[in-house]
Design a protein around this ligand. Structure first.
Ligand code: KG4
Length: 339
């Protein structure tokens, strides 16, 4: 019989719980935290307090929506890291308590692996095609930018990663200097649609191998605005759409150049996209163009499974459940963790 797994995610500022039966998701509840908006970024202490308030109602709703009673749950999977320590502690402690009370196995999940494995989440309505091994996954979020070589469900290797800021951070920080609210990524995307992507040029980093760097772009963007504002005080207001379009094109080019190079070097044509920044329309287009341009077969998960969510924790939990990879009550979260 298919196991029923409860997934718990609390690595940053979203509290999420999901129920999966086999590989079919039955519910995926996400409670965001508005409390950070006025600070222009996630405040760790406020995040962990909000997780404490949210965790019980979120798990309760996940079980209710799935039509699953606590006694039916076969195992509980939780995000062990990487993430904010105070936030991770809330989900980890809840999962440990739940497993202990129900006398069911406890499964630790690496948040980054889970982003990649989100491609394997199936829905009740219809099954979709999933990437074949080995494949490359471009994982881009607010905290990560990496190219992952995926050899099997639980066998992954990072072949390129950011040496400083993540792509999402580049969007958010540049948006902030333009006076856009946090998180600025989605707004940059929206305004970029009305702008000319070739209006302004920003320099791209020269980094070895398949690694990324975005901190230089952020600084050059800031200096570029500062210099132009001296001449034209309303420069940002007058050119917002063009600035967003040009910035977005630069970030997408940086991401795609390394992905294309990695695909060439490895000879892999199964290419997947994961993480919150995969919502970006410019990136999606450039990524999908790879089908025709390079003969790729591309995969992008549904939006709900690209941002932080517990469905991806639950599906990763399933693969570990099948291998009987369980942990004991002594398990503690890790703020920093490789893949
Ligand atoms: O994976 P995610 O939900 O969580 C974190 O890792 O924090 O990613 C959130 C990031 C934020 O930086 C947000 O600005 C960015 O993804 N993002 C976007 C878009 N939608 C979300 N960036 C650019 N364009 C978008 N449409």
């Amino acid at each position: 019989m298919n196991p029923i797994i409860l997934g718990i995610e609390s690595s940053c500022d979203d509290t999420s719980a999901a129920i999966i039966k086999g590989d079919v998701i039955l519910s995926n509840i996400i409670a965001g935290q508005k409390v950070h908006e006025e600070y222009g970024g996630v405040v760790p202490e406020l995040a962990s307090r909000a997780h404490q308030q949210n965790i019980i109602p979120v798990v309760h709703k996940a079980m209710k929506d799935a039509g699953v009673a606590p006694e039916e749950i076969s195992a509980v999977a939780f995000t062990r890291g990487p993430g904010l320590m105070g936030s991770l502690l809330v989900g980890t402690s809840f999962a440990k308590g739940f497993a202990l009370a129900r006398k069911i196995p406890l499964i630790e999940v690496n948040h980054l692996q889970a982003h990649v494995l989100a491609h394997y989440i199936q829905e009740r309505e219809e099954r979709h095609e999933t990437p074949k091994f080995p494949f490359l996954c471009l994982l881009v979020s607010g905290g990560n930018s990496q190219i992952v070589l995926v050899k099997d469900f639980l066998d992954m290797e990072i072949i390129g990663q950011t040496i400083d800021d993540a792509a999402g951070e580049a969007f958010d920080k540049c948006a902030k200097v333009m006076g856009l609210p946090y998180p600025g990524g989605p707004l940059v995307d929206k305004l970029a649609k009305e702008g000319n992507a070739d209006a302004f040029q920003f320099s791209k980093p020269r980094i070895a191998n398949f690694d990324y760097s975005f901190s230089g772009l952020k600084t050059s963007f800031l200096y570029f605005l500062r210099d132009h504002i001296k001449e034209e005080p309303d420069f940002v207001e007058n050119h917002k759409n063009d600035l967003c379009a040009s910035l977005q094109k630069t970030i997408v080019d940086i991401l795609m150049d390394k992905l294309v190079a990695a695909a060439k070097k490895t000879g892999i044509k199964e290419i997947a996209l994961a993480g919150g920044v995969s919502a970006n329309s410019g990136l999606r287009q450039a990524f999908l163009d790879g089908n025709e341009k390079y003969g790729w077969k591309t995969y992008i998960p549904k939006f709900a499974y690209t941002t932080d969510n517990a469905a991806m924790i639950a599906i990763t939990g399933l693969f570990k459940y099948q291998k009987q990879e369980f942990v004991g009550q002594e398990v503690a979260p890790y703020a920093r963790m490789g893949i």
